[in-house]
Design a protein around this ligand. Structure first.
Ligand SMILES: [Zn+2]
Length: 311
């Protein structure tokens, strides 16, 4: 891949995208089941050619990680899908063989140099490179890293992987509203449990407190049981890694659209509005996980609505 990769700066932190996949998999009705198709008609003119193919009506999306280098740390935020993962229910993600680690190397980072992996949530396309297949076993890809993620996501994933009804710490907060779906099978077993068993996991409460210098996990639940957006503050500048609060720029213009992957639709909607308000207010640089093009932009408020501008 010869695509030019830009490095962004938030204060002392340098942020580079590490690509895994480019997707042109979904039309409106598939990505936003039950959404009003007029939402697309209203805003199609605002969607750039790199984000939407008008000839086929297909959204163009990305799956990638964010490499964050600070003076102290080498951090990956989310770890994409991973190679060799058995995902028969998700054909575009099934048994990939992508040069993700070569792209990380091209950015100047060997797996051993990553000291923290921060996960917005435990879904197939965000935790996959946590592990890789070595001699038939799933081993941590980043052996010197601490993997930081929500205790609730861990407990929920563990209990579903065991086929148990989530109780105690694993029980979803009733305030999330009803769950429309559950995380995909196998993901916890092949991509999360091995890093816990290797002693590399640090479970946190997603409550906005600092987990590393200038970095905090902001509660934005709904897409998953305890989905977090990750805020990075350095020298007065702010970046927001919004995970799957949105899957495409269309949702900036039409925040009522929930994707087909959102588990708790009522909470997902509230969290999307929270992030749009927060990012418009703060002027944060927003780093998305599934927008195509640069995946990076700013949110502005215009006449009672929000607008997206790629950076
Ligand atoms: Zn995702």
């Amino acid at each position: 891949m010869t695509k030019e990769t830009k490095t962004y700066h938030i204060g002392d932190a340098a942020i580079t995208r590490i690509d895994e996949l480019s997707l042109a998999a979904f039309q409106f009705g598939t990505l936003y089941p039950g959404g009003d198709p007029r939402a697309l008609e209203r805003h199609q003119g605002r969607l750039e050619a790199g984000s939407f193919d008008p000839a086929t009506g297909t959204f163009i999306q990305s799956i990638h990680s964010w490499l964050v280098r600070t003076p102290q740390h080498t951090i990956l935020i989310d770890t994409a899908t991973g190679n060799d993962k058995n995902r028969p229910d998700m054909p575009p993600l099934d048994r990939l063989n992508e040069p993700f680690l070569a792209r990380l190397a091209a950015a100047g980072v060997a797996p051993e140099e990553v000291d923290h992996v921060l996960l917005t949530h435990v879904h197939a396309d965000h935790v996959g490179w946590n592990t890789r297949l070595v001699d038939g076993r799933w081993r941590p890809t980043f052996p010197n890293a601490t993997y930081i993620f929500s205790r609730v996501e861990q407990a929920y994933g563990e209990s579903l992987a065991k086929g148990a009804e989530p109780t105690g710490a694993a029980r979803p907060d009733p305030a999330l509203g009803p769950a429309l779906r559950k995380p995909a099978d196998r993901v916890y077993d092949d991509s999360v449990r091995p890093v816990i068993e290797a002693g590399l996991a640090r479970f946190i409460a997603v409550d906005g407190s600092e987990v590393l210098e200038g970095i905090s996990f902001i509660p934005t639940p709904g897409h998953s049981v305890d989905h977090a957006s990750i805020r990075l503050v350095s020298r007065g500048e702010q970046g927001l890694f919004a995970g799957d609060v949105m899957h495409h720029p269309l949702q900036v213009y039409e925040p009522l659209l929930n994707s087909c992957f959102c588990e708790f639709p009522e909470a997902a909607l509230r969290s999307r509005n929270f992030v749009l308000e927060d990012a418009a207010e703060s002027g944060a640089t927003v780093f998305t996980t599934h927008f195509a093009q640069s995946s990076v932009g700013r949110i502005k408020r215009t006449g009672g609505r929000f607008a997206w501008r790629f950076l």
